[in-house]
Write a protein that binds this ligand. Sequence first.
Ligand code: G1P
Ligand code: ZN
Length: 551
Amino acid sequence: MAVNVPVPTRQISLSAPFRDQKPGTSGLRKSSKQFETPHYLESFIEASLRVLPGVAGGTLVVGGDGRYGNRRAIGVIARMAAAHGVARLITTTGGILSTPAASHLIRQHQAIGGVILSASHNPGGPEGDFGVKINGANGGPTPESITDAIYAATQQLDGYCILEDAPELALDQPSSQQLGAMAVHVVDGVDDYVTLMQKLFDFDAIAALLKGDFPVAFDAMHAVTGPYATRILEGLLGAPAGTVRNGTPLEDFGGGHPDPNLTYAHELAELLLGSDAYRFGAACDGDGDRNMILGTRCFVNPSDSLAVLTANATLVPGYADGLAGVARSMPTSAATDVVAKQLGIACYETPTGWKFFGNLLDAGRITLCGEESFGTGSNHIREKDGLWAVLFWLNILAKRREPVAQIMAEHWGRFGRHYYSRHDYEAIASDAAHGLYNRVKEMQPGLVGQAFAGRTIATADDFAYTDPVDGSLTSGQGLRLLLNDGSRVVLRLSGTGTQGATLRVYLESYVPPSGNLSQDPQLALGDLITAIDGLAEIKRRTGMERPTVIT
Ligand code: G1P
Ligand code: ZN
């Protein structure tokens, strides 16, 4: 029985505010060490609790991807939430909660928002990274107006409020507890999410597919999706034990880098691309919002994945009535645009980061959305959703009964192919990255009309976006060189890295259905790759012979 034990609130003074708490593309992301600096986490939470609307008397969701620091942070946030008058805190067993499941819990419980503890796909552990993401009442990342206000609050903070000497929360099983005047509900972080997936997808059809000769390999990368995938794939859908690999969340992700791409999920990639043993392979990232999709000897580029989901959506019960519209981030290829055009639905191009999809989803303008960075999602929540994408693909495969490679070939045969690649130069000196970037930016006005990779530069700009719902303007989102034949190169500096700077180069060219659809993307894009290096002097200025990650 919950007992209301009065616990004193304490006001802790800060000698000086922390100046380095500017949230990036997805929240505040720093090294675990920095988060262990006394009062560092508390400062950011204080600022967030002061800014988020409805804190006093409201419901707050808290959980994370299980990385080092997760449990400690939940304890701190709970004691601070109680001190700020939060009426009800919802957290999960073991503190394990994927980002998409958190989004769903916020929506389901009409919470004022949530605090998600994750540095997404960045490595974890004492030497790795930690992160805090603040989501709003719609379940999605808070808009820039809120993150800016939180940052401004951190700049002036002289102290914070926390419950003193409160007992530690028991997170081992579902329960109801009391922390001062605040009720704490510890729920199973997997249950509600699974119920939501069952509403959207044809579990019977997928189970029937998996019963046949259809071996699947899913790599949870020792991160948060392990318990979710095991329950869904091996439990409800009847896939054999062992289908889910690396399924136990570990504080340091087993020393790995839980980013589902060809570089960091190479074991899975080798299984699918180098043998005929599996029909389908997938992996998710640290906090479960990213996905990588593979078929036998076939890698599905995330931009293409969004296009395939769009083209096949009506095969899935949750989307059987068709789509209101779709959206993709600017650096994502235009493969989805072509499908949307044929379907006669709107297609929006937004800046990088999930928060820009939120307004479009809330306004009912779009149903599906995605990014080239292995993020795909829909109006079922307000975050991208890794396992959702995996189930969407399995549902399509269960209906079409064709190999993944054939689905891709048929897709390109119908819509044409957008050859696409992203080259990442990670952890480069900040000066070199900004120097290179600013130089191209200054060159840009003079580039229009110039020759580039045997074509002509038709437009050169720095991408800006006016939100069609609230009219807000977001500028400085990436340098674009749009060529006269529809191909393009984009340069962007990452907003999520924690070491130095990361330069991303996005390359894309379109081949119509009548063209050569089966080239290697790096070869198909070879002339663009050479031309952008010549223009931006990437190798010379970064000192790197090749990118860290090629997708
Ligand atoms: C990266 C991705 C971006 C994604 C973000 C959060 O951000 O490129 O698409 O929304 O992670 O997962 P970046 O490091 O490029 O700023
Ligand atoms: Zn993530």
